[in-house]
Design a binder for this molecule. Structure first.
Ligand code: DAT
Ligand code: MG
Length: 148
């Protein structure tokens, strides 16, 4: 089953949105298979956002993502990578439609509440970075018979 890496960013944690965000993915029908509250070390932040290292906002991005605890998660489900991106909304909350997480809770691009992997390759890479050697929790849910 497809897996993705999702993370409530420091602004989402400070604004008490962990429960709201987890609830949206739970109600959708996706399955949580890994989660932890953590403070991201600078080196991990730089690695995670490595694709943006030449961008002018890279320094601010790393400072922001390391500015407080994040809630890192792995979710599983059919087409979960693309569907989670839709549920998150556009990168800039001003462009994110109402009903999406960024559309409902964010205002500026630098504080956009949530991260989500954008492809199968980035999902595998990011799960490996954040849950290295930890093992995810595989478990059966009876409700899957009513989702699939
Ligand atoms: P996404 O988080 O939707 O995958 P991204 O990978 O292009 O977006 O950028 C990563 C993060 O960097 C994004 O969530 C917020 C920040 N960011 C992107 N573009 C920015 C910009 N023009 N100015 C400031 N921060 C930006
Ligand atoms: Mg991205």
């Amino acid at each position: 089953m497809e897996k993705t890496f999702l993370m409530v960013k420091p602004d989402g944690v400070q604004r008490n949105l962990i429960g709201e965000i987890v609830s949206r993915f739970e109600r959708k029908g996706f399955q949580l298979v890994g989660a932890k509250l953590m403070q991201i070390p600078t080196e991990l932040a730089q690695e995670h956002y490595g694709e943006h290292k030449e961008r002018p906002f890279f320094g601010e991005l790393v400072d922001f993502i390391t500015s407080g605890p994040v809630f890192a998660m792995v979710w599983q489900g059919e087409n979960v990578i693309a569907t989670a991106r839709q549920m998150m909304g556009a990168t800039n909350p001003k462009d994110a439609i109402t009903g999406t997480i960024r559309g409902d809770f964010g205002v500026i691009v630098g504080k956009n509440i949530i991260h989500g992997s954008d492809s199968p390759e980035s999902a595998e890479r990011e799960i490996g970075l954040f849950f290295k050697g930890e093992g995810l929790v595989e478990y059966k849910r009876d409700v899957d018979n009513w989702i699939y």
